[in-house]
Design a protein. Structure first.
Length: 240
């Protein structure tokens, strides 16, 4: 079972709860620092979910999910198990999930789940308000941050404005973490391919260009990614 990430007040002791005015600017600066200190996209999103509860007025729970074109929703970071329940359950037949509107709008709000369209699942879990904000969007999927509260009418225009400011910081930090991860993977891949090329040079008694060409041809012939084939060669040469 995935690890449960529960919000603790001590996690972000530098952050005021529900800040306003100059305090908000300072809180967003601290939040941005926390976000940019993360090392992977996933850790960035976990941090974002926890920070949302501290920064967004009225927020009691928060989660980050990915929504595909079939409106299937997969939760990838959360503060409480109720978030996972809210985001994995779908409305009954003939009812559209409220998050479907995120394909055409960067913000979707549930003012009262007992009366708003698409809010029945939230109501059944005791969640009355929800505020969903897009973090990323392309033709195939959306990445979304959603804050929840147990009272109706919690997320007003002020809360929405803070939420949009916060998600702008999250999006920048997420892009930065993604680039770092890609560069790390590229360096690791280059190292693997270099090792595999060296092994083939020794095994086949050929030069570097010939070894690399042999690796590429084998990759195409077996329909295997070059890095995966290189990893297999290195692991076979250096068994644990």
């Amino acid at each position: 079972m995935p690890k449960r990430f529960v919000v603790a007040a001590s996690e972000f002791s530098d952050l005021p709860r529900n800040p306003a005015g100059l305090e908000l600017a300072e809180a967003l600066t601290v939040a941005a620092r926390q976000l940019h200190d993360t090392h992977t996209p996933h850790s960035t999103l976990r941090t974002a979910a926890r920070l949302a509860v501290h920064l967004m007025p009225g927020a009691e729970h928060a989660g980050v999910s990915v929504i595909d074109r079939a409106n299937q929703r997969r939760t990838i970071a959360w503060t409480d198990e109720v978030v996972r329940s809210a985001e994995t359950r779908h409305p009954g037949r003939g009812q559209q999930p409220y998050w479907e509107r995120l394909w055409t709008s960067p913000v979707v709000k549930i003012t009262d789940s007992e009366t708003d369209d698409g809010g029945a699942v939230l109501s059944g879990l005791g969640l009355r308000s929800a505020l969903s904000l897009r973090l990323r969007a392309d033709r195939r999927r959306l990445t979304v941050l959603t804050a929840y509260a147990r009272k109706p009418g919690v997320f007003d225009e002020h809360a929405t404005r803070i939420g949009r400011l916060f998600t702008a910081h999250v999006s920048i930090a997420l892009d930065s973490a993604t680039v770092r991860e890609q560069l790390t993977e590229a360096m690791h891949t280059r190292d693997l391919i270099g090792q595999a090329t060296g092994i083939l040079m020794e095994r086949l008694d050929i030069d570097a260009a010939g070894a690399f060409e042999s690796l590429v041809k084998a990759s195409q012939r077996e329909n295997v990614k070059l890095r995966d084939l290189a990893r297999r060669i290195v692991e076979a040469h250096n068994p644990v």
